[in-house]
Design a protein around this ligand. Structure first.
Ligand code: C2O
Ligand code: CU
Length: 461
């Protein structure tokens, strides 16, 4: 049986092989971004290649790199056997560019193209992914990183994008195709048996002792919450979900990275030459290497003081909580949950009937999309959303089109995010200014939860 342990043993045995090539070409704005089937060596050697769907022929898809203030103009060409669409996760795009089929655009049919065009006022780490049939299409590999460089970025020896994923392969190294498995969808979602960084089980790179690196972590998995830590490196979080922190936060303990979230780290390599430093991934039985740095020699750069904050992005205004519209957001359903009934397509039904319709989850008593939005906000209005997770599972809740601030228990604003992890039985308030007109999804980024009820929308007019 091909298992995670098996892969771990294999990847340890492979530690002596040369590093795999990494795709990160500069984006040529005139080349179409082609979504098409591709083969890639994902499993250890000896297992053969795995058939995927990718943007640009690689896993992750072509990394799109821009300078802050650039315009993105990309023609997406669909050479897949299914319709698709591209969502630019975390970017404050005009609504018609948001890539949500049937809400903001018609899907891109096989053989067709769609032109995405919008400005990039914000710097940071973002990602793009299919938003059509995403339990299948994201799992097959339709995602990639978007990096928007600050005009005046931090002084580092290397700027590395690390896209994390897990993938479920059969003993023949084929993608397991039961993407909508109800067992996964009604629990924590589909988990893979193989952990990937930039499409490989053994991502490694050479670094010098004393190097300062910027690590852009992106969780592209359909359901896995990564628990991460550092070894042989000292680090600071400088941004969440693309948005800089007011003050860098030292990494002192393992931290979660939920599906769709990003963390920008600045790390100083402390391991000595001949040793290794790691981004560590923690599981119940211990830590595994998520990314390895083989240390050779010492850095030529002088030791630097703790990093400065990244330059703030323009345009954020603090929500006016005194005059905010309050939106309740109860997360309900799933196995071991207490949900008794919910409304689906205008009809109220008990959980058993909902399950027969393939619906396991609900937001505020409603499973799936509705004709009218859950809330209407006028442009410039502030909103306070009170999330309460009444289920037995964590959920990574994502708002399209705008970042929100976490509200701390003392009422102060915390980090800006576009995706927030809400733990079982926990509550979390968030707030934002509805400054981007349009129809915006709010959904769980555990993609099988989204597909089975945990999805709604708001409208800003
Ligand atoms: Cu990254 Cu609606 O998704
Ligand atoms: Cu969920």
């Amino acid at each position: 049986m091909l298992s995670r342990r098996h892969f771990l043993r294999n990847s340890a045995a492979l530690a002596a092989t040369p590093m795999l090539p990494r795709k990160s070409a500069a984006w040529d704005h005139h080349t179409p971004l082609i979504a098409a089937p591709a083969m890639a060596q994902i499993a250890p050697e000896g297992y053969g290649e795995t058939g995927l769907w990718t943007f640009g022929g690689s896993l992750p898809g072509t990394e799109l790199r821009f300078r802050q203030g650039d315009q993105l103009a990309i023609r997406v060409q669909n050479d897949l056997p299914q319709a698709t669409s591209v969502h630019w996760h975390g970017l404050h795009v005009p609504n018609a560019m948001d890539g949500v089929p049937d809400l903001t655009q018609t899907p891109i049919e096989p053989g067709q193209t769609f032109d995405y065009e919008f400005d990039l006022p914000d710097a940071g780490t973002y990602w793009y992914h299919s938003h059509q049939q995403s339990t299948e299409q994201v799992e097959r590999g339709l995602y990639g990183a978007i990096v928007i460089e600050e005009a005046d970025g931090p002084d580092v020896d290397a700027d590395l994008t690390l896209v994390l994923d897990d993938i479920l392969l059969t003993p023949e190294a084929k993608l397991a195709e039961d993407f909508d498995n109800p067992g996964g969808a009604s629990h924590g979602g589909r988990l893979g048996n193989l952990i990937l960084t930039n499409g490989t089980i053994d991502w490694r790179q050479t670094a010098h002792s004393g190097d300062r690196l910027r690590l852009r972590l992106i969780n592209a998995a359909t359901a896995r919450v990564f628990q991460l830590g550092l070894s042989g490196m000292q680090g600071w979080v400088v941004a969440y979900d693309g948005m800089p922190l007011v003050a860098p936060q030292p990494v002192t303990e393992p931290f979660p990275l939920a599906p769709a979230q990003r963390i920008d780290l600045i790390v100083d390599v402390q391991a000595d030459p001949g040793m290794q430093a790691h981004l560590v991934q923690y599981e119940r039985d211990g830590g595994y290497s998520q990314a390895s740095f083989d240390i050779s020699g010492r850095s030529a750069s002088a030791a630097r003081p703790a990093p400065m904050p990244l330059p703030m992005n323009p345009g954020w205004t603090a929500p006016d909580l005194a005059n905010a519209q309050n939106i309740d957001m109860r997360l309900e359903g799933g196995m071991m949950g207490q949900m008794r009934a919910a409304t689906f397509q205008g009809e109220t039904m008990d959980t058993r009937a909902l399950m027969q319709q393939g619906q396991f989850w609900a937001l505020n008593g409603t499973a799936g999309m509705t004709d009218t939005p859950l809330a209407r906000l006028s442009s410039g209005e502030s909103a306070r959303m009170s999330l309460s997770n009444d289920t037995a599972f964590p959920h990574a809740m994502h708002l399209h089109g705008m970042h929100f601030a976490e509200i701390a228990p003392d009422g102060s604003f915390g980090a800006l995010r576009d995706t927030i992890l809400v733990m079982p039985r926990a509550a979390q308030d968030i707030a934002f200014v509805a400054d981007n007109p349009g129809k915006w999804l709010f959904h769980c980024h555990m993609l099988s939860h989204q597909a089975t009820g945990m999805k709604t929308w708001i409208e800003v007019t």
